[in-house]
Design a protein around this ligand. Structure first.
Ligand code: ADP
Ligand code: MG
Length: 631
């Protein structure tokens, strides 16, 4: 038998390596900007088209390369940054693997132009899929320009795998910021399609952060400074009232390199303990300096995860540094020993009788009262539980009931999950009594009175127990179906506004608005984009009672989040944002009719069990489970 093992040709090896280094246009942006910084550039311009699919170009005024180096740069493991393995541990540059250019060139059309400062002419190289197609001298400014066109043109699977242009655009923006926020000394610009997104002059760190996020940020920043033997921490955190529901303004840098770290995130959150509600995150910009030997940047191919030798000590330092900063700015609540008035115990006067403390008790309270009341009036037997006074919610303290459900849930969780799944599956179709089928039996009469629990859940009885329906998720499902179906079958009705409304939007969001606009118009809005103004002349009739600006901004914000989190197409994504923005939220009181409508429409929807966000809408409580709990 002949020998079978062959060495892979270079261009194939490069394509494979590219899979690691280049996942999307944003990876190209990261690698190229890092190269420009390593080349000592003081100005870096980024130009992208169509979320980077068509073009990513970086122009810098760094050192440039000789004609020979320019050719060499495309070779795999070609780097000017390390010469021996020892250098790896003393890294001060961003790149060192010598893989980026080789990888990028393997899967795109690259045009590299570069000129050393002391040369008259520069050199231009065109490289297509790892093949150098030509090199010639050119007149150009000092520095380097690299244009990367048609990314993944020869790897269709990868190209198809890319997100929508808006998604890729946002990833690019994020990479740009990860550099801009740690190199305020560098002039940086970002153009996307025909829009100038950022134009950041060389400046100080605080000014840079404020320029990126807007003047309002200046008042929000609290400086952090801490120096210990193992680490120096500096930067800014935001005052607690500006905590956000997402982590998207949280930045750690170590030795000028962006990195992610959930453990350290936690340290920052800990410093805010008691100052912000759970589920909110404080934005922060924290810069660490550590001896290069004490970290390993090589653990992740795209280098956003970093191993620290003294993990735990650093955790404690971050927490206390942030805490101290908040304290110094009088933001942390100071412990004072003034007692709450209700705890004030007056000093006992001589001869005074000690009174027994009074405890207020409601002698009439009986958690089973409503059960008893209904038991009398209902038919009894196994159906009794399904009516347990749920029609008389007004007399029930919701918190009592909430506890009741909380416990029921806990027990259920402990029980076999397959049972649980089965009961959830059963609930939708079979046991639920539709109005049509049972108008004239006793159950239907009971069903006519769904009850709202804690202004959040609708409780409705079924033949063999009861259901709790999450009102918000249910309503989302109903609206989402309506928008999508309507948009497919009939045009959604619009209501013309008496006066067109205008919204001025953030430049960074302009591209997303442009992508979003046709889908918005299909769903009943009429919007036109004029420079950075969105002009709204009509809204869907369902939105009539809402402030149109607020409504459209809610839809837009929801859309941005959806885009990050799932792969819905544009219209579905807008429908989801509209549904989320318009559905009746927890905390809204519902009338019986509204509850009935939600229940009926939910069961007529395409998927009563799951909200369009993929969350559970219905929880079922069967008689069997309930009976078991009384054993
Ligand atoms: P690495 O950055 O890991 O060394 P790259 O593939 O990114 O590997 O780049 C290869 C080499 O090309 C670099 O080591 C550097 O010498 C040169 N190079 C790349 N981009 C630039 C640039 N913008 N200016 C000057 N030299 C560059
Ligand atoms: Mg590099």
């Amino acid at each position: 038998m002949s020998d079978l093992i062959k060495l892979l040709p270079d261009h194939i090896a490069n394509q494979i390596a590219a899979g690691e280094v280049v996942q999307r246009p944003a990876s190209v942006v990261k690698e190229l900007i890092e190269n420009s910084i390593d080349a000592g550039a003081s100005t870096i311009n980024l130009i992208a088209k169509d979320g980077g699919r068509t073009l990513v170009q970086i122009i810098d005024n760094g050192s440039g390369m000789s004609a020979i180096d320019a050719r060499m740069a495309f070779e795999r493991h070609a780097t000017s940054k390390i010469a021996s393995a020892d250098d790896l541990f003393l890294l001060h540059t961003k790149g060192f693997r010598g893989e980026a250019l080789a990888s990028i060139a393997a899967i795109s059309h690259v045009c590299l132009r570069t000129k050393l400062h002391d040369q008259e002419l520069g050199s231009e190289i065109v490289n297509e899929g790892s093949k150098i197609c030509g090199q010639e001298p050119v007149m150009m400014a000092n520095g380097t320009s690299i244009a990367v066109k048609n990314l993944f043109y020869n790897v269709p699977a990868r190209r198809n795998f890319l997100g929508k242009n808006t998604t890729e655009y946002r990833k690019i923006l994020e990479e740009f910021l990860r550099i801009a926020l740690v190199h305020p000394e560098i002039n940086m610009t970002f153009h996307h399609n025909d829009d100038e997104i950022y134009n950041l002059p060389s400046e100080g760190l605080r000014q840079r952060i404020v320029r990126v996020y807007g003047n309002k940020f200046n008042q929000r920043l609290v400086p952090v400074n801490e120096e210990t033997d193992i680490i120096k921490v500096s930067g800014f955190v935001l005052k607690p009232e500006f905590a956000k529901t997402s982590r998207d303004q949280s930045y750690f840098f170590v030795n000028n390199r962006y990195f992610k770290d959930r453990y350290f995130n936690h340290a920052v959150s800990q410093a805010y303990e008691g100052l912000i509600p759970s589920g909110k995150f404080p934005p922060y910009f924290l810069y660490f300096e550590v001896p290069t030997k004490s970290i390993d940047v090589n653990v992740h191919p795209t280098k956003t995860e970093i191993k620290f030798e003294e993990n735990q000590a650093i955790y404690a330092i971050i927490r206390s540094a942030v805490k101290l900063a908040l304290g110094q700015f009088n933001i942390a609540p100071t412990l004072d020993f003034e007692q709450e008035p209700s705890f004030n115990i007056p000093a006992l006067k001589k001869g005074e009788q000690v009174k027994m403390p009074e405890i207020k008790v409601d002698p009439n309270f009986n958690p089973f009262k409503s059960t008893a009341a209904v038991t009398q009036s209902s038919g009894g037997g196994s159906r009794r539980m399904s009516t347990v006074g749920f029609g008389e919610s007004k007399s029930i303290d919701p918190s009592v009931w909430e506890n009741f459900y909380g416990d029921a849930k806990a027990t259920e969780d402990a029980a076999s999950t397959s049972d649980l799944e089965k009961s959830v599956d059963d609930s939708a179709g079979v046991e639920f009594q539709t109005i049509e089928s049972s108008m004239n039996n006793e159950m239907a009469v009971q069903r006519k009175k769904p009850t709202q629990i804690n202004e959040k859940y609708i409780l409705t009885s079924i033949k063999n127990g009861f259901l709790l329906i999450d009102q918000y998720r249910a309503h989302c499902r109903i609206l989402y179906d309506q928008y999508l179906l309507n948009a497919e079958e009939v045009k959604i009705e619009s209501q013309q506004l008496l006066f067109a409304e205008e919204i001025t939007v953030d430049k960074t969001d302009l591209f997303i608005w442009k992508e979003l606009s046709p889908a918005l118009n299909e769903l009943g809005f009429e919007t036109v984009i004029d420079k950075s103004q969105i002009i709204i002349s009509a809204v869907p009739t369902s939105l009539e009672n809402k402030n149109p600006q607020r409504a459209i901004i809610d839809v837009f914000e929801g859309f941005k989040v959806n885009q990050q989190n799932n792969d819905l197409d544009l219209k579905a994504s807008v429908a989801l944002s509209m549904a989320s923005a318009l559905a009746t939220k927890g905390g809204n009181k519902l009338t019986s009719e509204e509850m009935q409508y939600i229940t009926d429409a939910l069961f007529a929807s395409s998927s009563p069990q799951l909200s369009p966000h993929g969350k559970k809408i219905i929880e079922t409580f069967t008689m069997d489970e309930i009976t078991k709990r009384f054993n």
